[in-house]
Design a protein around this ligand. Structure first.
Ligand code: 5GP
Length: 182
């Protein structure tokens, strides 16, 4: 069973790395999180996230359906437990793309997780990427950048750190951390 956790600031490019990893390995399965955040224009329920209400999310917490969960810029985010356990049993390379508080919960529950923090080339580069992406309001962007600094300050908690300057370079750092595909 292989669980890979990609952690790192919003806008650092975790999604792009996973997309590239999926193209390279057919055994990759990306967990779909539940969130109370409003969907972005191009996001699809059940594909990008399970978009739920606050009360639905709180029910999932009560029912023990989440492997981990956290609040981030005023919204809940969490990893549904059952599909992750099922895909791990099937021998998939299961990938979680999550923020710091959730990552800490995973590390205590599943110590042999491959824990990777994705680092931006600089805070300026990160700010520029978030602005170019244009999916957040200026105030949400500011909140995300403030959280980014706290997340990067915790980089020492992670066994592996990869710098995402270009996706090619990031993938070259990530591949050696993973077991060979069977
Ligand atoms: P976004 O709103 O940009 O999609 O996500 C905001 C942050 O929440 C990102 O750092 C993202 O990786 C993280 N995130 C997404 N899904 C989960 C989850 O299930 N659990 C936790 N803890 N963080 C998540």
């Amino acid at each position: 069973m292989t669980l890979l956790m990609l952690v790192g600031p919003s806008g650092v490019g975790k999604g792009t790395i996973v997309k590239e990893l999926k193209a390279l390995r057919s055994d990759v399965w990306l967990s779909i999180s539940a969130t109370t955040r409003t969907p972005r224009e191009n996001e699809i329920h059940g594909v990008d996230y399970f978009f739920v209400t606050e009360s639905e999310f709180e029910q999932m917490i009560k029912d023990g359906e989440l492997l981990e969960w956290a609040q981030y810029t005023g919204n809940y985010y969490g990893t549904p437990k059952a599909p992750v356990l099922e895909k791990l049993r099937e021998g998939k390379l299961v990938v979680l793309e999550i923020e710091l508080a959730g990552a800490r919960q995973i590390k205590t529950q599943i110590p042999d997780v491959i824990d990777v923090m994705v680092i931006p080339p600089s805070l300026e580069a990160l700010a520029e990427r978030l602005t170019t992406r244009g999916t957040e309001t200026p105030s949400d962007r500011e909140a995300r950048l403030a959280i980014a600094q706290a997340e990067l300050a915790a980089r020492g908690e992670f066994r592996f750190q990869i710098e995402n300057d270009t996706v090619t370079e990031a993938i070259a750092q990530l591949l050696p951390l993973l077991p060979d595909q069977e």
